[in-house]
Design a protein around this ligand. Structure first.
Ligand code: HEC
Ligand code: HEC
Length: 482
């Protein structure tokens, strides 16, 4: 998708900014309050006069100018759109691009850093396929010392002769998650903990790499909004105060209040009909071991604690549910599992990583057995290596951190399509079809299936079995109520 050269857009932007700076100065800003009790203004200069940290944070969240920080015209709200449950869908991005093209009014969502061809064309980049077709933004991560990118680009398979490149960072493309319920979805301090940090008990970002909303906002300002001066801690606190007050439903808001007051925890579900109640049972059996409805932490983003009654299996914090591209293909005919293949534009985001496992931390024990082992090399071809990019840890008798992501909360999920970290499921139905294949593969890989052991009569009925086709309507009905 090509854009006209951005230079004229920059001129337009300068004019628009100048106009907004001198317009509206005479408006009284004390009279009207919005639904959050904040003065009705989006002018950053007035933010300081807002009645509370929440309101200052709200103004900051929507502030494109970020005076004194040297940003690129983007507000948090450009990606986490308040009108769209604080997330971004590909349809919305496409619509915004069309509007910008038709009106000539700059939309800061479209900045070269998030164009596919940014690494090649820099400021002249203009291919917004990932943004408008997939709803994905560029997330750049420094490569751990023992991880290299290979020079085979997005080729699958990567030829055996491929060589490491000089790149010191990797780009992955990720969906914009909603910030609703952020109050509950950071580190929770609960078991099960992951054996390696950062944030062994969960965190912010799809890979859980950030521990506080303040640190998250600072990183977003630098990477997405291009600030050259770091925001003051008070500004970051205000942004956190705002996000901490945004909930997906009154039920979750009540839950958060009860947690803060150490009061008995209410079930955040709304009243459920018979079908939805059935769906909740199916959810607790097939989904809750990870999206822990029955866990110790009520956020729904912490897995069930290991070792509770009826849970014979070792449950872990971070998971690979095979959403990254390319996806495994069964070698047996007829196939025992069949994932939806990734589209060409998703496959364009694939790279091959070479991980040298030195046998010393952080890469850990070498492949093939317990330490000490001779050094060895692992290759992985994926659109998103997940926590591997934070830790460089490939394997200790297993795939280590490769493609491991944090478990998201599913509250309000019906209103935030598409789904998964790379937006590869357009609907709840497609999402469930992915899990159907995922569970089939789990059983192929591990017939003992510790993830989904069938346990007739076990109370509570947690780690149990996949949902059946018959149960899908009930499960969908419940998911729509979350
Ligand atoms: C260019 C688009 C963009 C902008 C602008 C942006 N974000 Fe984000 N945000 C993302 C993406 C993409 C992720 C997921 C990144 C990842 O997992 O690596 C994310 C993740 C988050 C998360 C983590 C949510 C979770 O469930 O873990 C929070 C909180 C957040 N952003 C807040 C902010 C704030 C506050 C600002 C403004 C200071 C901001 N974002 C600006 C795209 C954006
Ligand atoms: C083995 C652990 C595990 C199980 C079991 C599991 N999930 Fe997930 N789920 C995850 C992880 C990890 C992610 C994040 C991966 C991603 O988005 O690419 C995720 C993501 C999701 C998302 C996407 C959220 C979003 O905002 O895009 C939905 C929806 C979801 N799961 C629903 C379910 C349902 C329904 C079930 C039961 C049928 C289920 N999950 C079972 C671990 C699990």
């Amino acid at each position: 998708m090509n854009l006209t050269h951005p230079a004229w857009l920059n001129t337009l932007l300068a004019v628009a900014l100048a106009m907004s700076a001198c317009g509206g100065g005479g408006e009284p800003h004390t009279a009207a309050l919005d639904e959050d009790g904040c003065a009705l203004t989006d002018t950053a200069a007035l933010a300081a006069s807002q009645p509370s940290a929440l309101c200052r944070g709200k103004a900051g969240f929507n502030d494109r100018q970020l005076l004194g920080l040297g940003g690129n015209g983007r507000a948090c709200a450009d990606c986490h759109s308040p009108a769209d449950r604080f997330q971004l869908s590909p349809a919305k991005a496409q619509q915004r691009l069309a509007t910008m093209m038709a009106t000539g009014v700059d939309d800061p969502l479209f900045r070269p850093i998030d164009a596919n061809d940014f690494r090649v064309l820099g400021a002249a980049a203009r291919d917004f396929t990932n943004l408008t077709v997939n709803g994905l933004m560029r997330v750049t991560m420094p490569l751990p010392a023992n991880v290299k990118l290979l020079d085979c680009g997005a080729a699958v398979p990567c030829p055996a002769a491929a060589q490491p490149t000089a790149e010191t960072q990797a780009d992955v493309w990720r969906a914009v998650p909603s910030i609703l319920d952020a109050r509950l979805t950071g580190p929770d301090g609960q078991a099960p903990a992951w054996p390696r940090g950062p944030n062994p008990s969960g965190g912010y970002q799809l890979d859980g790499r950030i521990d506080t909303l303040q640190a998250q906002a600072l990183s977003a300002l630098r990477s997405h909004a291009g600030t050259t001066v770091d925001a003051q801690p008070a500004f970051l606190d205000d942004l956190a105060a705002f996000q901490n007050a945004m909930f997906s439903s009154p039920g979750v808001k009540r839950l958060a209040a009860a947690m803060a007051a150490s009061a008995p925890l209410p079930d955040p579900d709304p009243p459920l009909n018979a079908l939805e109640l059935l769906g909740k049972q199916v959810f607790n059996r097939a989904c809750a071991q990870c999206h822990g409805n029955l866990g110790a932490h009520p956020s729904g983003s912490a897995p069930i604690r290991q070792g509770i009654a009826g849970t014979p299996t070792l449950l872990v914090r971070y998971h690979d549910i095979l959403t990254a591209c390319p996806r495994p293909v069964d070698t047996v005919n007829p196939p025992r599992f069949q994932f939806a293949p990734c589209s060409a534009s998703q496959m364009a985001n694939v790279r091959t990583y070479q991980i040298t496992n030195s046998g010393t931390p952080p890469s850990g024990t070498a492949c093939g057995g317990g330490a000490p082992q001779p050094p060895c090399v692992t290759r992985v071809t994926t659109s998103d290596p997940g926590r591997l990019l934070i830790t460089g840890y490939p394997a200790a008798g297993g795939p280590g951190d490769i493609q491991k992501l944090d478990i998201p909360s599913l509250r309000g999920i019906a209103q935030t399509a598409p789904y998964f970290s790379n937006n590869t499921a357009a609907t709840l139905e497609e999402m469930l079809e992915h899990y159907k294949q995922f569970f089939k593969r789990v059983q192929v890989q591990n017939p003992a299936a510790p993830l989904l052991t069938t346990q007739p009569g076990v109370t509570p009925p947690v780690v149990d079995r996949p949902f059946t086709d018959d149960e899908t309507p009930a499960l969908l009905a419940y998911l729509r109520k979350l």
